[in-house]
Design a protein around this ligand. Structure first.
Ligand code: NAI
Length: 254
């Protein structure tokens, strides 16, 4: 039986847990070979053995998206091993939330670096191969925070920035058979949202309940909700969908 992503290679940053892991798993279940990069060596080991046990083709490589040499080296390794690179998902992310008057230089710089420099590094490295093969799908993980969120001056800036990057990539690369789109999640239950609850001193269960009460579908999101949207953009048949931002938040965002 043929599968949706047979013969496709998907490269996912920050894919060892949370949303990135679910995106990777979804691609692999649908036939893709997957490559994950992350800074967390232990989580990489775990995801690699878990996915190999499931019979997936997976390369789990340690690299910091902020370091262009590490990104390029891992991408080369993936292309050597798998023969191509068809789908890039820029998912790696961090939060350093604080109200502006308390936000320090590191909070700002680290968030800007991981999301923006990171996406720049991977996309520049990937487009060489995608242009050459005249096919590619680039998906950037933005956020509803792109619309503005108190305590996230740094994060909302990068998530809006990723939408700008997406639209520019769509215009620059469309003629090479490459599309670029963005998925902007709302509240998704992951370690990232747990860390926010911990920082605010709220039990995670209460935090989830409070979040769900504000969402029209009456629940918070799961990583698989985002993986599903990513797969839509990554599909070969979505070749006329380019430069779009899809909010996946259980309701409208304005
Ligand atoms: P997470 O914190 O569970 O996972 C993020 C992953 O990125 C981790 O495995 C981490 O080690 C990796 N990572 C961090 N810095 C890295 C670097 N410099 N190089 C390589 N890997 C790095 O987060 P989650 O919730 O799965 O988020 C994934 C993406 O979705 C992020 O871009 C986040 O901003 C975005 N997002 C998450 C939402 C949520 O509610 N959880 C909502 C909207 C967007």
């Amino acid at each position: 039986m043929t599968k949706r992503f047979d013969n496709r290679v998907a490269f996912i940053t920050g894919g060892s847990r949370g949303i990135g892991k679910s995106i990777a798993e979804n691609f692999a279940e649908d036939g893709a070979k997957i490559a994950i990069i992350d800074i967390d060596a232990e989580a990489l080991q775990n995801v690699q053995s878990e996915f190999r046990d499931k019979g997936f083709d997976i390369l789990a490589l340690q690299a910091n998206v902020v370091n262009s040499q590490e990104v390029e080296a891992t991408m080369e390794q993936v292309i050597q091993e798998y023969g191509s690179l068809d789908i890039l998902v820029n998912n790696a992310g961090i939060i350093r939330d604080n109200l502006l008057f308390k936000m320090n230089d590191n909070d700002w710089d680290q968030v800007i670096d991981v999301h923006l420099k990171g996406a720049f590094n991977t996309t520049r490295a990937a487009q060489k191969h995608m242009v050459h093969q005249k096919y590619g799908r680039i998906i950037n993980i933005s956020s509803t925070s792109a619309l503005g969120n108190p305590g996230q001056a740094n994060y909302s800036t990068v998530k809006a920035g990723l939408q700008g990057l997406t639209k520019t990539l769509a215009r620059e690369l469309g003629k090479f058979g490459i599309t670029a789109n963005s998925v902007a999640p709302g509240f998704i239950e992951t370690d990232m949202t747990k860390s926010t609850a911990d920082r605010m001193g709220i039990p995670f269960e209460d935090f989830l309940k409070a979040g769900a009460s504000k969402i029209p579908v009456g629940r918070v999101g799961k990583p698989s909700d985002i993986a599903n949207a990513v797969a839509f953009f990554a599909d070969e048949q979505s070749s006329f969908v380019n430069g779009q931002v899809l909010y996946v938040a259980g309701g409208p965002t304005n």
